[in-house]
Design a protein around this ligand. Structure first.
Ligand SMILES: CC(C)(COP(=O)(O)OP(=O)(O)OC[C@H]1O[C@@H](n2cnc3c(N)ncnc32)[C@H](O)[C@@H]1OP(=O)(O)O)[C@@H](O)C(=O)NCCC(=O)NCCS
Length: 280
Protein backbone atom coordinates (compact mmCIF):
# COMPACT_ATOMS: atom_id res chain seq x y z
CA UNK A 1 0.00 0.00 0.00
CA UNK A 2 1.39 3.42 -1.01
CA UNK A 3 1.26 6.41 1.30
CA UNK A 4 2.09 10.09 0.79
CA UNK A 5 3.82 12.56 3.06
CA UNK A 6 5.72 15.86 2.90
CA UNK A 7 9.53 15.60 2.91
CA UNK A 8 10.63 17.44 6.10
CA UNK A 9 11.87 14.20 7.66
CA UNK A 10 13.50 12.68 4.60
CA UNK A 11 17.20 13.27 4.24
CA UNK A 12 18.88 14.47 1.09
CA UNK A 13 20.79 11.22 0.53
CA UNK A 14 17.53 9.21 0.32
CA UNK A 15 16.06 11.82 -2.03
CA UNK A 16 19.21 11.66 -4.18
CA UNK A 17 19.04 7.84 -4.44
CA UNK A 18 15.36 7.85 -5.46
CA UNK A 19 15.94 10.78 -7.85
CA UNK A 20 18.73 8.86 -9.61
CA UNK A 21 16.59 5.70 -9.82
CA UNK A 22 13.63 7.64 -11.25
CA UNK A 23 15.84 9.44 -13.80
CA UNK A 24 17.86 6.31 -14.71
CA UNK A 25 15.91 5.87 -17.98
CA UNK A 26 15.39 9.59 -18.73
CA UNK A 27 15.87 10.68 -22.34
CA UNK A 28 18.87 12.85 -21.40
CA UNK A 29 21.57 11.80 -18.90
CA UNK A 30 20.60 13.15 -15.46
CA UNK A 31 22.26 11.67 -12.39
CA UNK A 32 23.31 13.80 -9.39
CA UNK A 33 25.68 13.04 -6.54
CA UNK A 34 24.87 14.16 -2.99
CA UNK A 35 26.77 17.45 -3.29
CA UNK A 36 25.18 18.33 -6.65
CA UNK A 37 21.73 17.63 -5.19
CA UNK A 38 22.50 19.82 -2.15
CA UNK A 39 23.63 22.67 -4.44
CA UNK A 40 20.54 22.32 -6.64
CA UNK A 41 18.22 22.43 -3.63
CA UNK A 42 20.06 25.42 -2.11
CA UNK A 43 19.99 27.32 -5.42
CA UNK A 44 16.30 26.70 -6.01
CA UNK A 45 15.09 27.38 -2.41
CA UNK A 46 13.91 23.83 -1.70
CA UNK A 47 10.91 23.73 0.61
CA UNK A 48 10.49 20.19 2.07
CA UNK A 49 7.23 21.22 3.79
CA UNK A 50 5.66 21.85 0.37
CA UNK A 51 7.26 18.78 -1.28
CA UNK A 52 5.75 15.31 -1.53
CA UNK A 53 7.07 11.79 -1.26
CA UNK A 54 5.23 8.59 -2.09
CA UNK A 55 6.34 5.60 -0.04
CA UNK A 56 6.01 1.86 -0.58
CA UNK A 57 7.03 -0.34 2.37
CA UNK A 58 8.71 2.73 3.86
CA UNK A 59 10.89 3.26 0.78
CA UNK A 60 10.68 6.58 -1.08
CA UNK A 61 9.49 5.56 -4.58
CA UNK A 62 8.18 8.87 -5.94
CA UNK A 63 8.64 12.58 -5.26
CA UNK A 64 7.82 16.13 -6.21
CA UNK A 65 10.59 18.49 -5.03
CA UNK A 66 8.99 21.87 -4.48
CA UNK A 67 10.82 25.16 -3.96
CA UNK A 68 9.30 28.38 -2.65
CA UNK A 69 9.69 32.14 -3.18
CA UNK A 70 7.56 35.18 -2.53
CA UNK A 71 8.15 37.99 -5.06
CA UNK A 72 6.16 41.21 -5.42
CA UNK A 73 3.46 39.78 -3.16
CA UNK A 74 3.05 36.59 -5.23
CA UNK A 75 3.73 33.31 -3.42
CA UNK A 76 5.18 30.85 -5.93
CA UNK A 77 6.10 27.21 -5.72
CA UNK A 78 8.43 25.72 -8.35
CA UNK A 79 8.58 22.01 -9.10
CA UNK A 80 12.33 21.34 -9.24
CA UNK A 81 11.89 17.63 -10.00
CA UNK A 82 9.20 14.95 -10.31
CA UNK A 83 9.98 11.26 -10.48
CA UNK A 84 8.61 7.79 -9.89
CA UNK A 85 10.99 4.81 -9.88
CA UNK A 86 10.40 2.56 -12.94
CA UNK A 87 8.97 -0.40 -10.95
CA UNK A 88 6.20 1.81 -9.51
CA UNK A 89 5.06 3.60 -12.67
CA UNK A 90 1.68 3.15 -14.33
CA UNK A 91 -0.35 3.82 -11.15
CA UNK A 92 -0.79 7.60 -11.63
CA UNK A 93 1.40 8.27 -8.62
CA UNK A 94 2.19 11.78 -9.89
CA UNK A 95 -1.53 12.61 -9.88
CA UNK A 96 -1.77 11.10 -6.39
CA UNK A 97 1.08 13.30 -5.14
CA UNK A 98 -0.60 16.42 -6.54
CA UNK A 99 -3.96 15.39 -5.00
CA UNK A 100 -2.14 15.15 -1.69
CA UNK A 101 -0.15 18.42 -1.80
CA UNK A 102 -2.34 20.93 -3.68
CA UNK A 103 -4.89 21.38 -0.82
CA UNK A 104 -1.94 22.04 1.52
CA UNK A 105 -0.48 24.64 -0.87
CA UNK A 106 -3.88 26.36 -1.06
CA UNK A 107 -4.10 26.29 2.74
CA UNK A 108 -0.67 28.03 2.84
CA UNK A 109 -2.02 30.76 0.45
CA UNK A 110 0.34 29.82 -2.38
CA UNK A 111 -0.80 31.63 -5.55
CA UNK A 112 0.95 29.70 -8.29
CA UNK A 113 2.87 26.51 -9.09
CA UNK A 114 5.40 26.50 -11.96
CA UNK A 115 7.28 23.65 -13.59
CA UNK A 116 9.21 22.73 -16.70
CA UNK A 117 8.85 19.59 -18.76
CA UNK A 118 10.74 18.25 -21.78
CA UNK A 119 8.32 18.82 -24.64
CA UNK A 120 8.50 15.14 -25.71
CA UNK A 121 8.01 13.69 -22.19
CA UNK A 122 4.52 12.25 -22.74
CA UNK A 123 3.81 10.66 -19.31
CA UNK A 124 4.96 13.75 -17.42
CA UNK A 125 3.09 16.22 -19.65
CA UNK A 126 -0.07 14.10 -19.53
CA UNK A 127 0.08 14.01 -15.72
CA UNK A 128 0.61 17.80 -15.42
CA UNK A 129 -2.21 18.59 -17.88
CA UNK A 130 -4.59 16.33 -15.92
CA UNK A 131 -3.75 18.33 -12.79
CA UNK A 132 -4.65 21.53 -14.69
CA UNK A 133 -1.24 22.98 -15.63
CA UNK A 134 -1.20 25.16 -18.76
CA UNK A 135 1.82 25.86 -20.99
CA UNK A 136 3.05 29.46 -20.66
CA UNK A 137 6.23 29.50 -22.76
CA UNK A 138 8.79 27.36 -24.59
CA UNK A 139 12.38 27.33 -23.40
CA UNK A 140 15.37 26.35 -25.52
CA UNK A 141 18.69 24.84 -24.45
CA UNK A 142 21.98 25.08 -26.33
CA UNK A 143 25.18 23.05 -26.17
CA UNK A 144 28.47 23.63 -27.97
CA UNK A 145 32.02 24.90 -27.93
CA UNK A 146 33.26 28.45 -27.71
CA UNK A 147 35.21 29.27 -30.87
CA UNK A 148 38.26 31.49 -30.71
CA UNK A 149 37.23 35.05 -31.62
CA UNK A 150 39.34 38.03 -32.44
CA UNK A 151 38.01 40.89 -30.35
CA UNK A 152 38.93 44.52 -30.39
CA UNK A 153 41.42 45.47 -27.71
CA UNK A 154 39.28 48.21 -26.28
CA UNK A 155 36.90 45.64 -24.74
CA UNK A 156 38.27 44.59 -21.37
CA UNK A 157 36.58 41.83 -19.36
CA UNK A 158 36.91 41.91 -15.58
CA UNK A 159 35.64 39.89 -12.65
CA UNK A 160 32.69 41.58 -10.98
CA UNK A 161 32.56 41.44 -7.20
CA UNK A 162 29.96 43.92 -5.99
CA UNK A 163 26.86 43.19 -8.00
CA UNK A 164 24.18 45.83 -8.64
CA UNK A 165 21.36 43.41 -9.54
CA UNK A 166 18.95 46.17 -10.61
CA UNK A 167 21.50 47.39 -13.16
CA UNK A 168 22.20 43.88 -14.53
CA UNK A 169 18.48 43.08 -14.75
CA UNK A 170 17.88 46.34 -16.65
CA UNK A 171 19.81 44.72 -19.57
CA UNK A 172 17.31 41.83 -19.88
CA UNK A 173 14.91 41.37 -22.78
CA UNK A 174 13.16 38.38 -21.13
CA UNK A 175 12.77 36.89 -17.66
CA UNK A 176 14.98 33.88 -16.95
CA UNK A 177 13.42 30.66 -15.68
CA UNK A 178 13.55 29.79 -11.94
CA UNK A 179 16.94 28.02 -12.13
CA UNK A 180 18.61 31.01 -13.82
CA UNK A 181 16.79 33.69 -11.82
CA UNK A 182 18.92 36.15 -9.85
CA UNK A 183 17.74 34.65 -6.55
CA UNK A 184 18.99 31.19 -7.63
CA UNK A 185 22.33 32.80 -8.55
CA UNK A 186 22.62 34.70 -5.24
CA UNK A 187 21.95 31.46 -3.33
CA UNK A 188 25.09 29.79 -4.77
CA UNK A 189 27.21 32.80 -5.72
CA UNK A 190 30.23 31.20 -3.99
CA UNK A 191 30.24 28.56 -6.78
CA UNK A 192 29.90 30.96 -9.74
CA UNK A 193 32.04 33.37 -11.76
CA UNK A 194 30.72 36.80 -12.72
CA UNK A 195 32.45 38.68 -15.56
CA UNK A 196 31.69 42.21 -16.74
CA UNK A 197 32.62 44.59 -19.56
CA UNK A 198 33.01 48.34 -18.91
CA UNK A 199 32.95 51.19 -21.42
CA UNK A 200 34.24 54.53 -20.08
CA UNK A 201 33.83 53.11 -16.56
CA UNK A 202 30.21 52.19 -17.26
CA UNK A 203 29.20 48.54 -16.92
CA UNK A 204 27.61 47.55 -20.26
CA UNK A 205 27.50 43.74 -20.26
CA UNK A 206 28.01 40.73 -18.00
CA UNK A 207 27.83 36.97 -17.76
CA UNK A 208 27.39 34.54 -14.87
CA UNK A 209 29.12 31.22 -15.42
CA UNK A 210 29.39 27.92 -13.54
CA UNK A 211 32.72 26.28 -14.38
CA UNK A 212 31.73 22.93 -12.77
CA UNK A 213 28.62 22.45 -14.93
CA UNK A 214 30.06 24.58 -17.82
CA UNK A 215 26.76 26.44 -17.76
CA UNK A 216 26.14 30.08 -18.59
CA UNK A 217 23.34 31.08 -16.19
CA UNK A 218 22.98 34.63 -17.45
CA UNK A 219 24.47 36.75 -20.24
CA UNK A 220 23.22 40.22 -21.17
CA UNK A 221 24.40 43.43 -22.82
CA UNK A 222 22.74 46.83 -22.30
CA UNK A 223 20.46 47.73 -25.21
CA UNK A 224 22.56 50.72 -26.31
CA UNK A 225 25.78 48.66 -26.38
CA UNK A 226 24.57 45.72 -28.46
CA UNK A 227 26.22 44.61 -31.74
CA UNK A 228 29.64 45.85 -30.60
CA UNK A 229 31.26 42.50 -29.79
CA UNK A 230 30.64 42.62 -26.03
CA UNK A 231 28.94 39.21 -25.69
CA UNK A 232 31.71 37.68 -27.85
CA UNK A 233 34.33 39.20 -25.55
CA UNK A 234 32.55 37.72 -22.53
CA UNK A 235 32.43 34.19 -23.94
CA UNK A 236 36.03 34.54 -25.15
CA UNK A 237 36.98 35.28 -21.57
CA UNK A 238 35.20 32.10 -20.42
CA UNK A 239 37.13 30.14 -23.06
CA UNK A 240 40.48 31.60 -22.02
CA UNK A 241 40.00 31.20 -18.27
CA UNK A 242 37.82 28.09 -18.01
CA UNK A 243 36.43 25.70 -20.63
CA UNK A 244 35.75 25.54 -24.33
CA UNK A 245 32.56 23.52 -23.76
CA UNK A 246 29.50 25.45 -22.78
CA UNK A 247 25.80 24.97 -22.27
CA UNK A 248 22.96 27.34 -21.62
CA UNK A 249 19.57 25.99 -20.67
CA UNK A 250 15.99 27.19 -20.61
CA UNK A 251 16.10 30.44 -22.55
CA UNK A 252 12.72 31.91 -23.50
CA UNK A 253 12.34 31.39 -27.24
CA UNK A 254 10.87 34.90 -27.58
CA UNK A 255 14.39 36.26 -26.98
CA UNK A 256 15.39 35.90 -30.63
CA UNK A 257 18.45 38.18 -30.50
CA UNK A 258 20.05 36.07 -27.76
CA UNK A 259 19.15 32.81 -29.52
CA UNK A 260 20.60 34.19 -32.81
CA UNK A 261 23.83 34.92 -30.95
CA UNK A 262 24.03 31.27 -29.71
CA UNK A 263 23.28 29.95 -33.19
CA UNK A 264 25.99 32.17 -34.72
CA UNK A 265 28.43 30.50 -32.34
CA UNK A 266 27.46 27.12 -33.84
CA UNK A 267 25.89 25.96 -30.58
CA UNK A 268 23.22 23.33 -31.04
CA UNK A 269 19.62 23.64 -29.83
CA UNK A 270 19.36 20.04 -28.60
CA UNK A 271 16.44 20.13 -26.17
CA UNK A 272 13.36 22.22 -25.54
CA UNK A 273 11.19 22.47 -22.48
CA UNK A 274 7.73 23.82 -21.86
CA UNK A 275 7.18 26.03 -18.84
CA UNK A 276 3.78 25.25 -17.31
CA UNK A 277 1.77 27.11 -14.70
CA UNK A 278 -1.10 26.30 -12.36
CA UNK A 279 -2.95 29.14 -10.61
CA UNK A 280 -4.33 28.08 -7.24
C1 LIG B 1 6.88 11.30 -15.38
C2 LIG B 1 6.68 10.23 -14.29
C3 LIG B 1 6.98 10.86 -12.94
C4 LIG B 1 5.22 9.76 -14.35
O1 LIG B 1 5.09 8.61 -13.56
P1 LIG B 1 3.63 8.07 -13.08
O2 LIG B 1 2.99 9.04 -12.20
O3 LIG B 1 3.86 6.68 -12.62
O4 LIG B 1 2.82 8.12 -14.46
P2 LIG B 1 2.05 6.92 -15.20
O5 LIG B 1 3.04 5.85 -15.61
O6 LIG B 1 0.92 6.50 -14.34
O7 LIG B 1 1.57 7.63 -16.56
C5 LIG B 1 0.85 8.86 -16.61
C6 LIG B 1 0.12 8.89 -17.96
O8 LIG B 1 1.08 8.82 -19.04
C7 LIG B 1 0.79 7.69 -19.87
N1 LIG B 1 2.07 7.13 -20.32
C8 LIG B 1 3.01 6.55 -19.57
N2 LIG B 1 4.05 6.18 -20.35
C9 LIG B 1 3.72 6.53 -21.62
C10 LIG B 1 4.36 6.43 -22.88
N3 LIG B 1 5.58 5.91 -22.98
N4 LIG B 1 3.73 6.91 -23.97
C11 LIG B 1 2.50 7.46 -23.89
N5 LIG B 1 1.83 7.60 -22.70
C12 LIG B 1 2.44 7.13 -21.60
C13 LIG B 1 0.03 6.74 -18.97
O9 LIG B 1 -0.76 5.83 -19.73
C14 LIG B 1 -0.81 7.70 -18.18
O10 LIG B 1 -1.86 8.19 -19.02
P3 LIG B 1 -3.41 8.18 -18.55
O11 LIG B 1 -3.46 9.19 -17.42
O12 LIG B 1 -4.16 8.62 -19.75
O13 LIG B 1 -3.70 6.80 -18.07
C15 LIG B 1 7.61 9.01 -14.54
O14 LIG B 1 7.39 8.55 -15.86
C16 LIG B 1 9.09 9.30 -14.33
O15 LIG B 1 9.60 9.29 -13.22
N6 LIG B 1 9.83 9.54 -15.44
C17 LIG B 1 11.27 9.84 -15.35
C18 LIG B 1 11.52 11.20 -14.74
C19 LIG B 1 10.71 12.30 -15.42
O16 LIG B 1 10.51 12.28 -16.63
N7 LIG B 1 10.26 13.26 -14.63
C20 LIG B 1 9.49 14.39 -15.10
C21 LIG B 1 10.40 15.53 -15.36
S1 LIG B 1 9.45 16.95 -15.77
Amino acid sequence: MLHFSTLENIDISEITDTFNEAFSDYSIPLQLNYEQMQTKLRAEDYAPEYSVGSFYQNKLVGFILHCYREEKGIKRVYNGGTGVIPSQRGQHITLGMYDYILPQLKEASINQVILEVLENNVPAKKSYEKVGFKTTRRLRSYFGQIQEHSTTNDIQVESLNNIDWDLLESFWSIQPNWQNASQSIRNILDKLLVYAVYRKKELVGYTIYNSASKRIHQIAVSTKSRHQGIAKALINHIRQHNNHDVNIINVDEQDTSTLNFFEQQGWENKINLLEMKLDL
